[in-house]
Each structure stands twice: as structure tokens, then as C-alpha cells.
Design a protein around this ligand. Structure first.
Ligand SMILES: [Zn+2]
Ligand SMILES: [Zn+2]
Length: 334
């Protein structure tokens, strides 16, 4: 899903976005939405969205969903492939997207050595959910304008718009030269992330990792049972370990934008319509405690009550315990 955003030649030194959504909003404005029905307000599509389509996104979206049909072919079933789905969900989505793209790069809720941050970012790239810089920029814009104009993906436009419709209609502002400059200059100051943008290198990394899944399966299957078994096992790992897992990571992550802005409970009276959804939290490793997150965006912990399970935060705590992660922020840090 290539992004065609022209990159700025230089990047600014400061990022101008609110660190704490709750603090940036007046309490009077908050009170109404706390008690309001979840979808009482309707929003139009952002004014900067025209009729043009993001063809790269649309074609990839359709192609991958069609490829999913291969998962119903019994010949391509393998328990190894099925096992790769939850493993991949944890590694590529919970660690790559949740821990790295979201809690580290977007909100700077923790600090880790660059080699580890870059490794985790590559895991995020392997979900094909945009490059780190673009993901960060769009998500910061979401926090700045959550559920009001020009939030890129509020489900108050419609559920499907918040889920994936916003990805396939071209938003001129998100594709303008100054967009990264405005929202993610700190990310692009790192030559590693800048390099991922050039010639859409990040897309090729995704393709390479998909080919690798096939080749490893091919080699293992060939050794175990000959060339035909190699082909079968290689395709099985590709279908389950890449296609099924990628689509699962897409839909559960998109559910944070759609479901967790419509249904669930609220611990905090944020001005937006964010909700805490245990179901979304279950599939995203804690990202579904989205009302907590909008109230305290810089907190690396998204579960604030003892029963709000947050496996991504548990991973952060483990990494902190072995000394790989430092400066972990919680809601006490604002
Ligand atoms: Zn949100
Ligand atoms: Zn966020």
C-alpha cells in the first residue's frame, strides 16, 4: 500500500500536537459527550477528502481479501500455518504496531535502543499498514482532532469510513508535502525511517518477508516429503502466516478506530467519542482500552484498572525489567 506523499527536504525540530487530549479540552465540552449516546453526532467526510481514490491501497485491499479464499482450500491447510497466525499477531501487530509504531514512535511513551526500535519498526512494516512516518503522522492528526473535523478516520462519519473507507479515498492534506513536516518531523529526522520512505522501500520489505515465509516452508517441506510437499507447505505458510495474519492485523487494528470510537464504556470524560472495548483489547493486546488512551496518550499503559488486561504493556514491563526499555511513562506522567 504505497504512499505517494512527497517528503520534505528538511524536517522541523518540534512537533506541534497536544500531549494530552484530556488536558487540551474544556470540561464543559466534555460533559455533554460523556452522557451522550455513542453515535449521537454525525460528521461529514473531511473537507480535504476528494473523489480521487488511493488506487494502490484499494487494489492491495481487494487482492489480499481475494487471496484469503485460498485459506479454504484443504490442501493448503497446516497446523504450523495456523499456529503462525497468533504468533504473527503478537509479533507483527502487538509489538510492531502497538508497542513500536503507536506507544513508542507516536506517543514517546517509552525509550529503547535504536537497534531494537528499528527492529520492532520492521515488524510493524510487515503488517503492510503504512510506513512508520505516515502511520505516526495520521495517528497524531487523529489525536489532535479526534471525532471532529478533520479527524482522518472518525466512525461518526460512518462505521465503514472509520474502519477502512478513509484509506481508499484520497485525503489531499495527508498527501501534501507539508504533512510529514507538520506531524512526524521527529520520526523522519532518523535516517532509517527516511530511508523506508524512499522508493517505498517499506513495501518491498513486506514483499520480501512474504516470499521468505514461502521459501522457508518450501525448503522444510521439500526436505521432509519431496518437491510437491515443499510446494504445499510453502504455500500453506504463505496463506496462513502472511495473508490470514495480515488481514487479521488490519481488521483488529482498524477496529480501534471504528469499534473503539463507537461501543464500550468510558473511564474518562474526554471530548471525543473514544471507548474502552474489551473485545478490541483482546485482539490488539490492550489497544482497545482506547478511552484510557485518549485521556492519557503518552502513557505506555493503556489498561488503567486492574482487570483491563494489557499484554503489550506487560511486554514493555518485561523489556524494562531486562534493561532494554527505559523512561516508561504511565498515566501518572500525564
Ligand atoms: Zn482514537
Ligand atoms: Zn494514540
Amino acid at each position: 500500500m504505497s504512499a505517494s506523499t512527497p517528503l520534505p527536504e528538511t524536517v522541523a525540530s518540534e512537533v506541534d500536537f497536544p500531549a494530552n487530549d484530556r488536558a487540551s479540552r474544556s470540561h464543559d465540552q466534555v460533559a455533554d459527550l460523556t452522557s451522550a449516546p455513542s453515535v449521537a453526532i454525525r460528521l461529514p467526510v473531511p473537507e480535504t477528502v476528494g473523489q480521487r481514490l488511493m488506487w494502490g491501497y484499494l487494489i492491495t485491499f481487494v487482492a489480499l481479501h481475494l487471496t484469503l479464499l485460498l485459506a479454504f482450500v484443504p490442501w493448503l491447510f497446516s497446523w504450523t500455518g495456523v499456529l503462525l497466525v497468533p504468533l504473527g499477531l503478537y509479533l507483527f501487530d502487538w509489538v510492531g504496531i502497538g508497542l513500536c509504531y503507536h506507544r513508542t514512535l507516536t506517543h514517546t511513551g517509552l525509550v529503547m535502543p535504536k537497534w531494537l526500535e528499528h527492529t520492532f519498526a520492521i515488524l510493524g512494516v510487515c503488517t503492510l499498514m503504512d510506513s512508520p512516518a505516515r502511520w505516526v503522522a495520521i495517528h497524531r492528526k487523529h489525536h489532535q482532532h479526534a471525532d471532529e473535523q478533520p479527524d482522518p478516520h472518525s466512525p461518526l462519519v460512518s462505521f465503514l469510513w472509520g474502519h477502512f473507507g478513509w484509506l481508499i479515498r484520497r485525503d489531499e492534506e495527508s498527501n501534501a508535502a507539508g504533512f510529514y513536516h507538520q506531524y512526524a518531523p521527529d520520526v523522519l529526522r532518523d535516517p532509517f525511517y527516511l530511508k523506508l520512505e524512499r522508493n517505498v522501500l517499506w513495501v518491498w520489505i513486506y514483499v520480501a518477508h512474504a516470499v521468505m515465509f514461502f521459501l522457508v516452508g518450501l525448503a522444510v517441506g521439500w526436505v521432509a516429503g519431496g518437491p510437491m510437499e515443499g510446494l504445499r507447505f510453502g504455500l500453506s505458510l504463505f496463506v496462513w502466516g502472511v495473508v490470514v495474519r495480515t488481514l487479521l492485523t488490519w481488521h483488529v487494528t482498524w477496529a480501534v478506530n471504528s469499534v473503539a470510537h463507537m461501543w464500550g464504556y468510558r473511564n474518562y470524560p474526554t471530548r471525543d467519542n473514544s471507548r474502552n472495548s474489551w473485545l478490541v483489547a483482546l485482539f490488539t493486546g490492550g489497544e482497545g482500552w482506547h478511552n484510557n488512551h485518549h485521556a492519557y496518550p503518552v502513557s505506555a499503559a493503556h489498561g488503567h484498572r486492574w482487570w483491563e488486561f494489557d499484554p503489550t504493556y506487560w511486554t514493555i514491563c518485561f523489556l524494562s525489567w531486562i534493561g532494554l526499555v527505559t523512561q516508561v511513562k504511565t498515566q501518572r506522567d500525564g
